[in-house]
Design a protein around this ligand. Structure first.
Ligand SMILES: C[S@@+](CC[C@H](N)C(=O)[O-])C[C@H]1O[C@@H](n2cnc3c(N)ncnc32)[C@H](O)[C@@H]1O
Length: 353
């Protein structure tokens, strides 16, 4: 038996069960055996590939949406750029390159770069970018400036708890052991005490997913934005509102596998609930734009024109560039299922789409 299973089973035997969030916390973040201590997690040879890893245009187009709001952003003396879960940091790299090229005053205003990153295996890449970032483990360490915060596929990587709605009550779903000592999901006997995050009037059997960590982090970000000004652009897989099912899934080398398979060596993620993110942002005095589909957002800010220009300058790469675009905006790729949400302070009249 692999050590990570021994650790989890010991915990379960002690308490009879373990919460879904705690289970996947160990699986993802354990100091030695956790998934994020693996080296090959992103990229073609890893378990998944992300938009900034597919194409430089992702960061470039995101920058366009910021550049169009520069007349408001420039009213602030100093600006920090913060990326949550940057992985190899390609998104921040592409944004800074674009701002430098298209608006040097905007670029010069950025006086600090922060990466909130948990996985030590990415630190090397982040340092190699030559941006002198502060790599932080707590959003509280971000300076009290106007903050531009970006997060691509960050919230979907956070471990969450699951709750099921049955006969007008919410019950936590937990993980325990069957008689053969195999992991299994089970439903807590007593109902859960709910808070404002839980959906109102869901259908029977609906599974709701969230974590206290995610709520607190988002609330802290919104408080910073509403106090010091800022823009937070969040791009993520979105939960399908019509589905009652839980969304946690496990990927190994780009393929879906059983949630308990090869623990510590598979990527575990879920699909965040954008209604919940909006609710928390508005409760914390922020304004919200969207969600927009990734396809609509990228096309509105010029991905077609940008790709055409790149093709004109690199005709031999035409097929490659068109394939990159298709992967970012195609309905059967990332275009529809990924959503973009923008959270801002209420002081300035920003315009997003
Ligand atoms: C799916 S990857 C996305 C990477 C990058 N944003 C991109 O688009 O290529 C998720 C990232 O979030 C980081 N991460 C996961 N949980 C985290 C946490 N609790 N705190 C900070 N970073 C975390 C991972 O290490 C990884 O860099």
């Amino acid at each position: 038996m692999k050590n990570i299973e021994i650790i989890l089973k010991k915990n379960i035997k002690k308490f009879g069960f373990i919460s879904v969030e705690k289970f996947f916390n160990v699986v993802l973040y354990h100091d030695e055996l956790g998934y994020y201590n693996n080296n090959k997690i992103i990229g073609k040879s890893g378990d998944f590939i992300t938009a900034p890893e597919i194409s430089q245009t992702f960061g470039e187009i995101l920058s366009n949406s910021l550049l169009l709001n520069y007349s408001k952003i420039k009213k602030n003396k100093l600006v920090s750029l913060v990326e949550l879960g940057p992985g190899r940091g390609f998104l921040t790299r592409d944004i800074l390159r674009t701002l430098k090229k298209l608006n040097i005053d905007f670029f010069k205003k950025i006086d600090a770069i922060y990466f909130l990153e948990k996985s030590k295996s990415f630190f090397r890449y982040l340092k190699e970018l030559d941006l002198s970032p502060s790599i932080i483990d707590d959003i509280g360490k971000v300076s009290e400036n106007f903050n531009i915060i970006i997060a691509n596929e960050f919230f979907d990587a956070l471990p969450v708890n699951q709750y099921i709605f049955r006969k007008n009550k919410w019950y936590e779903i937990v993980i325990c052991l069957d008689k053969n000592e195999k992991f299994k999901f089970s439903i807590a006997k007593n109902p859960t005490k709910i808070n404002f995050c839980f959906p109102n009037n869901p259908p029977d059997g609906y599974i709701f997913e969230y974590s206290g960590y995610m709520i607190n982090l988002l609330a802290d970000i919104c408080k910073k934005i509403s106090s010091f000004g800022g823009i937070f652009i969040l791009i993520d897989y979105a939960r399908n509102k019509k589905s009652k099912q839980g969304t946690i899934e496990s990927l190994k080398q780009h393929r879906k596998v059983d949630l308990f398979f090869d623990l510590g060596n598979c990527d575990i993620s879920y699909k965040p609930d954008f209604d919940l993110i909006k609710k928390i942002s508005v409760n914390n005095n922020c304004k919200v734009f969207g969600p927009f589909t990734q396809s609509f957002f990228l096309q509105s800010y010029g991905i077609n024109e940008r790709i055409n220009l790149l093709i004109k300058n690199n005709p031999k790469q035409k097929n490659e560039l068109l394939l990159q675009k298709l992967r970012l905006i195609g309905d059967n790729y990332m275009g529809k299922i990924f959503k973009v949400l923008i959270i801002t302070d209420t002081k300035y009249n920003y315009e997003f789409i």
